[in-house]
Design a binder for this molecule. Structure first.
Ligand code: HEM
Length: 412
């Protein structure tokens, strides 16, 4: 393993230019699954690439903490200068107290109540695509996959429809600040992110006041009126909570949607299978999650000396969990490098596992099921109409643009 290859694993330019380095991760899993990476001028870290090790680490939040540092990347500044106090970087017991405030709203049962709305939102989005006759051409990311997650979480939060576009604009800048395309003119990535966050905070501060006066049946009303140990949430924690809910499911679900359609374009036999048997939409969604694995890495920090995979790791050293690598681990998945819509079981960990298991996992699943069901029903055929452009980030793998050409079914 040359130093260059190792350093590249956290280099956002690598992800923009080539997508995920699955060949390097496969070598690491085989030859050195708990691998020390030295980075001159940057903090060193341990690259954890096996499914088994990531699961074991994630299941011990008492020993491996999220708090000290959640992401390590060469996009220095993103996340570090402006720490927010949110679930993802809290540890037990505080983490549980905060998570349980809204967790009931994210169960499959609770989400059944909004399934109809999500279906309506997906339908509206697809109806807006420009189609001449039965033929259409569009940037799938801009016109479909980017809109669905933000509109759904906006609906859950209780943000009025007239403000959805503004919310979309701010979240793009918050998440994609490391990519020149989303940067505000004349501003650095950090400045771009900071000004977008300030706008979001102002907006949610006003909405909080409104919902305190007149609570409704939405997430902002719940959080605005919640108490921990008898006290309302401090304003910074409250704003961080909204921010997390707005951004966490955005780029991730967007990329699963785009990457999922890309996988189906590349494997037309798999698309045919789902067309013939719509019962395959659920396993398709799980395979899309495994295949796209939108979160590239999160960190854990041991609070005592530990041994993992025969390596001695000292308290305070950084562990970088590479989820996409775990999701191609040949010890867990047959033919891991094949996209198979009938894969069962599918023990992917795209949503993480354990204490911090993605709060929005069932929201994401619902969105993906709804959108892929519509796509499979409506599309007669679909192909790429130009190059796929990827996001410059080593935290969330994203597709920025994916031009497609398609024909719709006569009945649709
Ligand atoms: C395909 C889409 C998604 C993927 C791949 C994904 C992935 C993840 C991962 C890997 C984690 C962290 C696990 C860990 O540290 O162990 C996480 C946490 C989280 N996600 Fe998601 N996520 C997705 C969609 C969503 C959506 C739609 C929402 C909100 C509506 C959401 C909200 C959250 C929150 C609030 C956390 C923090 C949970 C905690 O720390 O307790 N995510 N997600």
């Amino acid at each position: 393993m040359t130093a260059i290859v190792e350093q590249d694993l956290l280099n956002p330019d690598l992800y923009a230019a080539h997508g995920y380095p699955h060949d390097v991760w496969a070598r690491l899993r085989r030859e050195d699954p708990v691998h020390f990476v030295e980075r001159p001028g940057h903090e060193s870290y341990w690259a954890i690439t096996r499914h088994e090790d990531i699961v074991a680490i994630s299941r011990r939040p008492d020993r491996f903490e999220n708090g000290p540092r959640l992401v390590m990347s060469l996009e220095q500044g993103i996340g570090d200068e402006f720490p927010v106090r949110m679930l993802l970087n809290m540890d037990p017991p505080e983490h549980h107290a905060f998570r349980s405030l809204v967790s009931k709203r994210f169960t499959p049962r609770a989400l059944r109540q909004i399934a109809g709305q999500v279906d309506g939102i997906a339908s509206d989005i697809l109806d807006r695509i420009d189609i001449r006759g039965s033929l259409g051409e569009t940037d799938f990311v801009e016109s479909v996959s980017a809109l669905l997650p933000i509109w759904v979480i906006a609906e859950m939060l209780g943000v009025p429809r007239s403000d959805w576009e503004r919310l979309f604009h701010w979240t793009n800048r918050t998440i994609g600040a490391g990519d020149p395309e989303y940067r505000e003119e004349g501003k650095t990535p950090v400045e771009t992110m900071q000004s977008a966050r300030i706008s979001l905070f102002h907006y949610f501060n006003d909405l909080t006041e409104e919902r305190r006066k007149e609570p409704r049946d939405d997430l902002v009303s719940i959080l605005a009126n919640s108490r921990i140990d008898g006290q309302p949430l401090p304003v910074f924690e409250l704003m961080s909570y909204y921010l997390l809910l707005v951004v966490a499911g955005n780029e991730t679900t967007r990329n699963a949607t785009s990457g999922g359609l890309l996988a189906l374009i590349e494997t037309p036999d798999q698309l045919d299978l789902v067309r013939r048997d719509p019962g395959l939409v659920k396993p398709l969604v799980e395979e899309v999650l495994r295949w796209t694995s939108p979160v590239i890495h999160f960190c854990r920090t041991p609070n005592e000396d530990v041994e993992i995979g025969g390596k001695k790791i000292r308290a305070g050293e950084r562990l970088v969990l590479f989820y996409p690598s775990a999701n191609r681990d040949e010890a867990v998945f047959d033919e891991p490098d094949r996209f198979r819509v009938e894969r069962r079981p599918n023990r992917h960990i795209a949503f993480g596992i354990g204490e911090h298991f993605c709060l929005g996992a069932h929201v994401a699943r619902l969105e993906l099921e709804v959108i892929f069901r519509h796509l499979v029903e409506r599309l007669e055929w679909v192909e790429l109409a130009g190059p796929v452009e990827r996001l410059r980030s080593s935290v969330v793998g994203g597709i920025k643009h994916m031009p497609i050409r398609f024909g719709v079914r006569a009945a649709a």
